[in-house]
Ligand binder design. Structure first.
Ligand SMILES: [Zn+2]
Length: 150
């Protein structure tokens, strides 16, 4: 009986030798098999702390034994390195833009409350004429001056 592959969505016939051994949910297409493996590992990493620890250890060990691997990989694949640099530049730009927007948001925000209003005359602060005022925000964004009844 045919089944539908969980990755590619195509129908396939489960391998006859495996039918009673495993619940085959992916076809033999290499892309689907890679997806199956990576989904399995993701779930395993999320649910099995021993496995997670062992994987981290193995990776650390591999990295220290192959310290030049990525350096050499980048040298052998300049287009890969360039693509990564571009992606990083994009990420940095996006981060800067978000930070800028956050600053603008706080800069333009008036916090409602009680303020000291001190007149400035010819650059001099006239403290004696200071007023204590309450400031409240009527609307965000300017949509015409509010009607003030006398
Ligand atoms: Zn498939």
């Amino acid at each position: 009986m045919e089944r539908t592959c969980e990755c590619g969505g195509k129908t396939f016939l489960p391998h006859p030798a495996l039918i009673k051994v495993i619940d085959q949910r992916y076809c033999s297409n290499p892309t689907c098999q890679r997806a199956r493996k990576s989904r399995w590992q993701k779930a395993k990493l999320a649910g099995d702390s021993d496995y997670r620890e062992a994987q981290a250890k193995a990776q650390k060990g591999w990295c220290s034994k192959n310290q030049d691997y990525w350096k050499q990989y980048r040298q052998r694949n300049p287009e890969y390195a360039e693509r990564n640099r571009q992606k990083q530049r994009d990420r940095n730009r996006r981060r800067r833009m978000i930070a800028k927007m956050d600053v603008l948001k706080t800069e333009n925000a008036i916090i409602p409350g009680r303020y000291r209003l001190v007149p400035v005359c010819n650059g001099m602060i006239a403290k004696m004429d200071e007023l204590i005022v309450d400031i409240g925000v009527i609307s965000k964004g300017f949509s015409g001056w509010p009607q003030i009844s006398p």
